[in-house]
Write a protein of this length. Structure first.
Length: 337
């Protein structure tokens, strides 16, 4: 019984396949030589030939012809088609054609760094195609657009340029945030273009990491050292500052913005013992024309330690204690969206 149903299934499947092939053949016979369907068939045929060819140069040529036939076929098929929207009708054919042209031009790199380039030039190509159609009459023949048509050309071209600029601006901002992550710590309240969407996951500016690294270096180099050696270190503060800046910058060296951070260090007057003021100064892009400064103070204090060696009398050793306060952010970074 099972074999009988299997036999019937095979007969039905073969009959359905034959009917489908007959319908397809009938549809192909109805296709006019001068039509967009012919271009699509030529596109499929070119890709089939490219798939069968082994020579890479000939395969690329056949594949390119496939894309060219596809672009012209789709452009022809969508000519005059409009998408109805409330109060307006959009001729979407040029935009689909422009997208296909961008994919064709950047098909080898579209999944990596060339995606942004393809997306930026897409509105320009699409607007140019829409404007070019105004110069073509049925036949096809060349024609000069009438005044309303010229007005439409100007509007479409300006819209394409504007959209391309906005897309490029998006990628520029994203590249800035990738190269200068400290920009995310600033406020965008006065910006007319940039809006912060997630204010809960804001990373601190890289200057904080540099100050914390400088604090760790001071703790390692000065804490516990004899007080006289620390005073000698403070006398050479200018040279020590350069070395400290180089070591602290290593903590943010993986970011391109590290070159825009400077570390300053000086002694605050009128403080007990010695109080060092550490400042991370941002000279890169900022909402503040003069940049901003992140501060941290570190106090160097004398501590006396009594030691006993053998049977002798105890001796007192004066060493150094380093204590640092938390980082102080400027007002521009404390106020965020």
């Amino acid at each position: 019984m099972k074999s009988f149903f299997t036999f019937l299934w095979k007969i039905w499947f073969i009959e359905a396949a034959l009917n489908g092939l007959k319908a397809l053949w009938k549809r192909l016979q109805e296709i006019q030589p001068y039509s967009w369907e012919t271009l699509l068939l030529l596109s499929l045929f070119s890709w089939l030939v490219a798939w069968l060819i082994e020579d890479p140069v000939l395969r690329e040529v056949a594949s390119s012809f496939g894309w060219i036939f596809l672009i012209f076929g789709v452009s022809w098929a969508l000519s005059g088609k409009k998408l109805p929207l409330p109060g307006i009708q959009i001729n979407y054919g040029p935009w689909v054609t422009g997208a296909l042209i961008c994919i064709f031009l950047f098909r080898e790199q579209i999944l990596n760094d060339s995606f942004s380039t393809a997306l930026v030039i897409w509105p320009l190509i699409s607007a140019s195609i829409a404007a070019l159609r105004r110069f073509i009459a049925p036949g096809p023949t060349y024609k000069i657009p009438d005044p309303p048509g010229r007005q439409d050309i100007v509007i479409v071209l300006l819209f394409g340029i504007l959209l391309s600029c906005w897309i490029q601006f998006y990628f520029v901002v994203q590249n800035w945030l990738a190269d200068y992550p400290s920009l995310l710590a600033e406020s965008f309240r006065q910006s007319n273009f940039v809006v912060r969407l997630d204010s809960d996951s804001i990373d601190p500016p890289q200057g904080i990491l540099m100050l914390n690294s400088a604090e760790a270096i001071l703790q390692n180099d000065l804490a516990g050292r004899p007080w006289g050696a620390v005073e000698l270190w403070l006398m050479n503060l200018d040279s020590e500052k350069q070395e400290l800046e180089s070591e602290a910058k290593a903590s943010i060296a993986r970011f391109e913005e590290s070159q825009w951070w400077n570390l300053d260090m000086f002694i605050l007057q009128g403080q007990p013992d010695y109080t060092l003021q550490l400042q991370a100064i941002w000279r890169g892009p900022s909402s503040q024309p003069q940049g901003y400064t992140i501060g941290k103070t570190c106090a160097l204090r004398q501590i006396s330690t009594r030691t006993v060696r053998g049977a002798g009398s105890p001796s007192t050793v004066v060493s150094t204690q380093v204590t640092c306060d938390p980082v102080v952010l400027p007002e521009a970074l404390r106020v965020r969206n």
